[in-house]
Design a protein around this ligand. Structure first.
Ligand code: FAD
Ligand code: UDP
Length: 411
């Protein structure tokens, strides 16, 4: 007899399994239909001995100290700031678009101030930014939109940016300075020994049993449990009662090359000519030293494993109908990217799972994250100071606090 059946061993399921076992002394069975833990963040050493991410590049970044401290109980970190180049007009230029992107693309020598004026001139003002097209065109104009965003987005989503919520392309900022980092979060780091090792440590508890290669439906009538945590696709749970919720899929093509370095950046985006969206070279992410190198191509497709909820109005409306069914379930908790139909990053999923645990035990997330069962113990987080604005000085700490509070309010 288990207290909880957790369906899915990705971030959502593993955080909840850990909290319920470690924080509340509950007996937990966690199952996954895949042959491994870690969900989409799963990594492993391939036949050549190179650490790769099976489901595409996963880069950890967050503004939440709470989330970072929580995960730091299960891993040490390797500082890593992600950088991406885009292949546009036969050139490799920084994306997010910044001062260097514009100067290189147009053979100019503008200053930050001048590039701001340049953007003002080419931008098409929009009173009501609604779509992913509006976001970009209103900031950098139509030409840059077409070079960097239109083709990439149509490929990635099978939709024109004008058919997608503003939130999609809003993930990529525009800069007038030379900052070429993909993310500006306070904490940017990779688990030192990989994600899978971190998940192993999370789930290493006498109260947690793991069943892989197991769809939860195979367990119906076979095991007893009190409550379920469900992290799979929400429409599938309800047997597609209102029809299929659209998710976007990808095909990953992995290759290993007999050279030390394959490309000049961790990720190269191909917005236009190619059928794939990007190529990732893993050694940049993991810091591994090896005389060969492994890369992955991402080919977007409609069919296949569901990876991305598709943020647009009609899908949100369909999800709302499923959400009514979710709210009527008393013994099942729906958590995670597929179960809540949210285009969330890993840190947001960790925060969502900690919040759900807080709700289950009637505590605020902050206290829930550090709760220890009567006879349990939790290792203290390893204190890691990230580079950039996470300094020791008072101003840095104050700014971090504000950033974190704003981020938490949005969740
Ligand atoms: P998942 O990781 O999808 O886990 C759900 C699990 O449930 C799966 O393992 C699945 O097999 C299992 N499951 C489903 N149905 C059943 C069933 N019926 N029975 C049993 N098991 C079931 N986030 C970042 O922060 N940074 C990044 O750089 C980043 N890059 C990404 C790149 C790609 C290509 C993708 C697709 C996502 C990326 N993400 C990134 C997002 C990140 O993957 C998610 O936020 C996170 O993995 C979601 O965790 P989850 O537990 O909700 O879902
Ligand atoms: N995007 C784009 N061109 C780029 C990078 C991103 O058009 O060079 C758009 C595209 O619609 C993409 C979205 O911005 O899906 C979000 O990009 P991000 O890199 O965050 O996507 P993810 O890593 O989640 O796949």
């Amino acid at each position: 007899m288990f207290d909880y059946l957790v369906v899915g061993a990705g971030f959502a399921g593993s955080v909840l399994a850990e909290r319920l076992a470690n924080g509340s002394g509950k007996k937990v069975l966690i199952c996954d239909r895949r042959p491994h833990i870690g969900g989409n963040a799963y990594d492993f050493y391939n036949d050549e001995g190179i650490l790769i991410h099976k489901y595409g590049p996963h880069i950890f970044h967050t503004n939440s100290k709470e989330v970072f401290d929580y995960l730091s109980r299960f891993t040490e970190w390797r500082e890593y700031q992600h950088r991406v180049l885009a292949m546009v007009d036969g050139m490799l230029v920084p994306i997010p678009i910044n001062l260097d992107t514009i100067n290189k693309l147009y053979g100019l020598n503008l200053t930050s101030f001048e590039v701001e004026e340049f953007f003002k001139k080419v931008a098409e003002p929009c009173d009501n930014v609604k779509t992913s097209e509006d976001v970009v065109v209103s900031k950098v104009g139509r030409e840059l939109y077409e070079k960097f965003f239109r083709g990439y987005t149509r490929k990635q989503w099978g939709l024109d940016p004008s058919e997608l919520d503003a939130s999609v392309t809003s993930r990529v900022p525009t800069r007038t300075n030379r900052d070429d980092r993909y993310f500006t979060d306070v904490y940017q780091a990779m688990p030192k020994n990989g994600y899978t090792k971190m998940f192993e440590k999370m789930l290493d508890h006498p109260n947690i049993k793991i069943m892989l290669n197991t769809d939860y439906r195979e367990l119906e009538g076979e095991i007893e449990y009190d409550q379920m945590i469900y992290t799979g696709p929400v429409d599938s749970f309800f047997n597609y009662a209102y029809g299929k919720l659209p998710y976007r899929s990808l095909e990953f093509k992995h290759e290993t090359h007999g050279v030390e370095q394959y490309q000049p950046a961790p990720v190269v985006n191909y917005p236009n000519e190619q059928p794939y969206t990007r190529i990732t070279e893993f050694k940049y992410l993991t810091g591994q030293v090896h005389d060969k190198t492994s890369i992955v191509y991402e080919y977007p497709q409609a069919e296949g494993d569901p990876y991305y909820p598709i943020p647009r109005k009609e899908n949100a409306e369909l999800y709302r109908k499923y959400k009514e069914l979710v709210d009527a379930e008393t013994n099942v908790h729906f958590v995670g990217r597929l179960a809540t139909y949210k285009y969330y990053n890993m840190d947001q999923i960790v925060a969502q799972a900690l919040t759900e645990y807080g709700k289950i035990i009637g505590m605020k997330r902050k206290e829930a994250a550090v709760k220890v069962a009567a006879n349990g113990s939790i290792p203290m987080p390893v204190s890691v100071v990230m580079p950039g604005n996470n300094g020791h000085n008072g101003i840095g700490q104050h700014l971090n606090k504000l950033k974190e509070e704003r981020w938490l309010q949005k969740q």
